[in-house]
Design a protein around this ligand. Structure first.
Ligand SMILES: [Fe+2]
Ligand SMILES: [Fe+2]
Length: 152
């Protein structure tokens, strides 16, 4: 059974975002599993690196989406991302410098708090806006179709 389980509460209904969030869950579970079974440091390090890379990838994509939809709260969301990027990066550096004294429990606790709080609060805040906007773009595009000519 995974350490943190996906539930419908995390569904944004935006296919790519949900896929990326699920990948973040999987990476956190990987880190937890490797720490639990006492995997080799190189293996734990590789998973932490994969998580850092994926966090940056996901945040970049989410920021592009919010910009494209002119989401009104993009700047504060980006600020939160910046904070999380640097925190996860700091944990990576700590692990690389000294894996023996690394506080894995603290790292896991941080990751869980972050994934729950950020997705459920901050990400969910843009969801209705972005979905409405995407629907609006589709609706505007449909206006490009010439109106049907009615029979005289
Ligand atoms: Fe976000
Ligand atoms: Fe997200």
């Amino acid at each position: 059974m995974p350490f943190i389980e996906w539930s419908d509460d995390y569904n944004t209904g935006i296919f790519d975002i949900d896929k990326e969030h699920r990948r973040l869950f999987a990476l956190i579970n990987d880190i937890y599993d490797k720490a639990e079974v006492g995997s080799a440091e190189t293996s734990v390090k590789a998973t932490i690196e994969a998580l850092v890379d994926y966090v940056n990838y996901h945040f970049d994509r989410e920021e592009t989406l919010m910009d494209a939809c002119c989401y009104h709260d993009t700047e504060s969301h980006k600020l939160e991302h910046r904070r999380l990027r640097s925190q996860v990066e700091a944990y990576r550096t700590l692990y690389e410098r000294n894996p023996e004294s690394f506080d894995m429990a603290d790292f896991i606790e941080f990751l869980i708090y972050w994934i729950q709080d950020h997705i459920l609060q901050s990400d969910m805040a843009y969801v209705p806006y972005v979905r409405r906007r995407v629907a609006g773009i589709a609706w505007e595009a449909s206006l490009q179709i010439p109106p049907k000519r009615l029979a005289d």
